[in-house]
Design a protein around this ligand. Structure first.
Ligand code: HEM
Length: 379
């Protein structure tokens, strides 16, 4: 396998932009109409979800060792789309046909052999990991909405009860499909430490122009059926009890995983030492500080302090600005572990400010809300 040839040929194909997924999906759905129903009804806004990743991942297959855990997770995740081993042949054939179409004369028999080998390697890791996980847990959990609290005009708190127990760790995320947008799964992080009845709370924020967040915030109601994917995410978690204090920085509904961690810490108080935690919650306008009361009341705990930060209201009497910049300026946090969650832009900005303020990158743990596979934001 020639790694440079794979990468260069994909870079060449990618230059054709939206034409590439258009060709790929036309080929796939014509040759295998049975897979059409796995994908969202309208593909307009997200043609590139699969194809871009497919090309990028497979063209890097020569360094597969570095991405095996990622591919295993991706394979397990694909179970919720009802993907099974034979579908990989269909997708592989359409990928090769797409490459051939866009590369023209550059599609040599050596290159074809390299791509086929690379795809085979990637697909094998994904399929094996999916099949192994099938012994441990279902492809998805059926669940029901227990209650909905329209907390602000753009944040809704939803209580969900999965039919079967679903084990997650505070800081992890679950993909959720709502009945109003079939097959458009979105990741959310449960906002509570695990409860004995298995129910959990999601904080859903309205994303301007979002295809799923609109009905999720406005239409979801008690009794609605939902599907839930297996918990994912390893980067955001409470550190082992290493004696280090914490600073948590959240943008918008990026607060959810921290709520779960705070609940977990609060349960610890009796049994062991709790680290000091300072939480910064950033929002555009004061009314977007949707947990202000609850967090203010939690400051009665000796280990917890909280600073709300507002960016877009010049009359706000408290801390104003981008939450990451405000938090970094309120340091030093050089002796604390920093946990950051929010939109990809908020996370990037916050990490830059913390690093500039002297917090070592190894002490900064991040998660972009809902993103567990590749970069980008979800709507
Ligand atoms: C090497 C093989 C593959 C790779 C690297 C890959 C990669 C990806 C990635 C990164 C995503 C986005 C995930 C997310 O948003 O959570 C995705 C979505 C998806 N994949 Fe795959 N995939 C592969 C094979 C397949 C196969 C064989 C099928 C079955 C036909 C499939 C069906 C889907 C579906 C239905 C989605 C959701 C698409 C959407 O919402 O627009 N994938 N894939």
């Amino acid at each position: 396998m020639d790694p440079a040839a794979l990468k260069n040929s994909w870079a060449l194909v990618a230059k054709s932009g939206d034409e590439v997924p258009l060709f790929f999906y036309s080929h796939l759905f014509l040759s295998h109409p049975e897979v059409r129903e796995m994908f969202p009804v309208s593909m307009a806004a997200q043609r590139d979800k699969l194809v871009g990743a497919l090309g990028a991942v497979v063209s890097n297959a020569a360094q597969i060792d570095e991405v095996v855990p990622f591919l295993q997770q991706l394979g397990r995740d694909h179970r919720r789309f009802s993907v099974v081993a034979e579908h990989y042949s269909a997708v592989g054939a359409s990928l090769l046909a797409t490459l051939q179409h866009f590369l023209g004369a550059a599609w040599t028999s050596e290159l074809a052999a390299d791509w086929a080998e690379a795809y085979g390697l990637v697909a094998t890791v994904m399929v094996q990991s999916a099949e192994e996980s099938a012994e441990d847990y279902p492809a998805w959990w059926s669940g029901e909405v227990l209650g909905v609290d329209r907390r602000t005009m753009d944040v809704t708190i939803v209580q969900i009860h999965p039919e079967r127990p679903l084990e997650y760790r505070p800081g992890q995320s679950v993909a959720v499909e709502i009945p109003y947008r079939p097959r458009r799964w979105r990741y959310y992080s449960p906002a509570n430490a695990p409860r004995s009845d298995g129910s959990f709370e999601l904080h859903i924020g309205l994303v301007p122009g979002g295809q799923v967040s609109g009905p999720a915030v406005r239409s979801l109601k008690r009794g609605d059926p939902v599907r839930i994917g297996a918990p994912v995410g390893d980067s955001l978690k409470l550190p082992e009890e290493d004696g280090r204090d914490l600073v948590m920085i959240a943008g918008g509904t990026g607060l959810a995983p921290f709520r779960a961690m705070l609940e977990q810490l609060d349960r610890r108080t009796q049994s062991s030492q709790v680290p000091r935690v300072h939480l910064f919650h950033g929002a555009r306008m004061p009314w977007n500080l949707y947990e202000h009361k609850q967090l203010t009341s939690l400051t009665q705990r000796p280990w917890f302090s909280y600073t709300p930060v507002v960016s877009d209201d010049s009359s706000y009497p408290g801390e104003r600005g981008q939450v990451g910049a405000v938090a970094a300026a309120r340091g030093p946090w050089t002796d604390r572990t920093a946990l950051v969650c929010g939109s990809p832009a908020m996370v990037r900005h916050t990490v830059a400010h913390l690093t500039e303020a002297g917090v070592p990158t190894t002490a900064i743990h991040t998660e972009s809300l809902g993103i567990t596979t590749s970069a980008g934001s979800q709507q």
